[in-house]
Design a protein. Sequence first.
Length: 210
Amino acid sequence: MESQDQHRPDRQRDTEASGSRSSAEPIGRADKWRPTRPGPSFPEEAIRVTAWADPVLDNLGHDPRSPYVERFWLPILGPSCVLLLRRLAADLERSPDGFLLETARLAPALGIGMKGGRNGPLWRAVERACRFGAAQRNGELLAVRRRLPPLTARQTERLPADLAAEHARWAEQRLVQPRRQTIATWSERRDRQTPAGTSSDEVTPLDDAA
């Protein structure tokens, strides 16, 4: 006699054979299930931040939290970069010997997004700070200026007309003050010494311009 199993449809036999399937296995709309979105990835999970020592700028430059930086550097660096420099300046005051910074925590703390990778908002802000001479990076080490210089003449030309005029008035007032004369003279000399083919928007380190 033939077994009754031979007369049952294949689909029915398959269903009975799968009766021992784990109850934890997705059922119903399991085909609509999607895995949890992974967290952001950064080029480095942590970076070592140190102060970029500069005897002249440390005495005569502008604190990243100063009205000058907010008024005149902000249109050049952008809000994310200025916010980053302000945060690092405050942290360096608390830890003058440097500190370890977790990048995955820094981005949301600054409110600049959690998108990872080298094109993410955080690393664009770091790159921009380095491009304009406010910081310099070597792998996982980031040296940050505690003070910023005045804008160069060519950087001033990039400002809106009203801000450019305001900056011109500011420069005229500071030229008559001995405390500011040294750094103002250095800024003018830096403009004249910009090598051909080099972007004048990038801030040349003071030691190189002397």
